[in-house]
Design a binder for this molecule. Structure first.
Ligand SMILES: Cc1cc2nc3c(=O)[nH]c(=O)nc-3n(C[C@H](O)[C@H](O)[C@H](O)COP(=O)(O)O)c2cc1C
Length: 139
């Protein structure tokens, strides 16, 4: 609660944040929680926050599966309890396996995955850096 900013990173597991990430948010956000009508959070500070989710689906499939709504829901909780702005960033088409040949994974095209990792992932890292810069100024 004394932090200037919070960045939570989580893989998407079965269409949700990881169990660890959810447990962390439950503990963190419930601590200042009240059931008062006029004031849901006892926390008086302001923490800008961000959620970064990695996932192996493509950008198009992410939209189709409505993951943005999921991430938005969690950032709304973060914004409400931490009383600061909250943004999310999705990192799609991750390289889940270093060697796809070792696993039963025929739904993936290893060449496409390698290309995404070489070309898209560096751009994703830039977006994460921009998000960090935004947090540093808003925080
Ligand atoms: C148990 C499990 C469930 C997963 N479910 C999804 C899923 O529902 N959607 C998706 O896009 N990726 C899914 N993935 C892929 C992970 O999101 C991907 O591996 C992760 O973003 C990369 O981080 P990691 O190296 O920590 O696994 C799943 C991975 C695991 C291990």
């Amino acid at each position: 609660m004394a932090a200037d900013a919070l960045i939570l990173g989580s893989p998407i597991y079965f269409g949700n944040l990881s169990a660890d990430a959810i447990a962390f948010l439950e503990r963190l956000l419930f601590a200042p929680y009240t059931y008062s009508q006029d004031n849901l959070s006892k926390f008086t500070g302001h923490i800008a926050s961000a959620l970064i989710c990695t996932m192996n689906v493509s950008e198009a499939l992410m939209q189709q599966m409505d993951y943005p709504t999921l991430m938005k829901r969690y950032t709304q909780y973060m914004a409400g309890m931490l009383r600061g702005p909250s943004e999310w960033l999705a990192i799609t088409d991750t390289l889940q396996f270093s060697d796809y040949g070792k696993y039963m994974s025929s739904i993936f095209d290893p060449e496409h995955k390698a290309r995404m990792h070489a070309e898209k992932f560096p751009e994703d890292l830039e977006k994460a850096k921009e998000l960090g810069a935004w947090l540093a100024t808003r925080g």
